[in-house]
Design a protein around this ligand. Sequence first.
Ligand SMILES: *Cc1c(COP(=O)(O)O)cnc(C)c1O
Length: 423
Amino acid sequence: MKNSKKLFLQANKYIPGGVNSPVRAFSSVNSSPFFVKRAKGQYLFDEDGNKYIDFIGSWGAQILGHSDDRILKVLNKTMKDGITYGAPCQNEVLIAKKVCQIYKSIEKIRMVNSGTEATMSAIRLARGYTGKDKIIKFNGCYHGHGDSFLIKAGSGASTFGTPDSLGVTKANARNTISIEYNNIDAVNNAIKGGDIASIIIEPIAGNMNFIRARKSFLQYLRKVCTKNNIVLIFDEVMTGFRVSKAGAQHIYNVIPDLTTLGKVLGGGLPVGAFGGKREIMNHIAPLGSVYQAGTLSGNPLAMAAGLKTLEIISEKNYFRDLSKKTQYFVSRFNDICSKYKLDMSADSEGGMFGIYLTKSKLENLKDIDKSPKHIFLDFFNYMLDHGVFFAPSMYEAGFISSSHLKKDLDYTIKIFENWAKQK
Ligand SMILES: *Cc1c(COP(=O)(O)O)cnc(C)c1O
């Protein structure tokens, strides 16, 4: 870790906390980060020559694995024709059409540069469309770092004990009602006061570990939103093209009014998007009076990488094979938990999984908060020391790419068993 440690010292001089996104700092696991020199397929290689099996995949974005040759080829070719135009290009149309074909809830879509921008724009649109101000979100869900969402937020905000960020105005906080996930009574209470423009939810939560919404809960949200002229937003920045090709909404068969996307959609380049019902999307400028724009939005390189990624994951059996791989991993993990009587378990959907420090079924953020952190730290550091990279926080989910091989999963299970043995 010599070179990484040296880089981190320098980084801390010039970058707050030494990183450009908080969870990367590893302070939550009483450690300091490795610096990546190179990434290929399922592996990361650090500045000291260590190799890691990567179960994060740039937080879910790298569904094909890192530096996929097909994506590199497309990027090389596209780059020769320019890097950014600030004017429309064909791939913007092709990727928009492709997303609309995959998601039956999306009739029109707008590209942005991150998931944060997607959710910020989606709630502005919901407010503009309904003429109402308040939004409802759920404790532990993470929707990027927009002011309106940093109320009981998940992911890094939970990891670092700052779910309610400083710097968010009282006026902003007042318009966000954050309530318990999977709790219908809480929803009924929250909408009683009226003025709700939108309910936004991760239909499978991936920022308070991996927690499934109950189907009846999502169905209820759909019903209550329709009845009260509330825009239902599914934030599928993480789950879109990940738990299934058409996201969690396909699995649950619940149709939101708007969907936000990101991560996989950009094929590893910075892309987010929001889309949905034509009638709502037509309120966006230049058609309508809800303003939204972006200098680099629809960037030709990002569109090309995204489009190619969507083509590959649309190939026959892609998701069946990815799901099987993840299920294999999770079931072997659970076998080890039983064999050594660990109070741990795992669950998965598509190419996304959760590892829990309990055997009980998880319903909401409180269930994750109860997890024994010292056991997570021990687990995380042991795995990392043996070349297996899980997220450095018990509030994050895990990801498997189509590059992961059975031997990588078997090796990971072997290391886990070695850890379990000495517990
Ligand atoms: C990652 C994520 C975001 C934020 O996306 P960024 O690209 O990091 O801004 C929003 N919502 C969900 C569900 C996410 O997982």
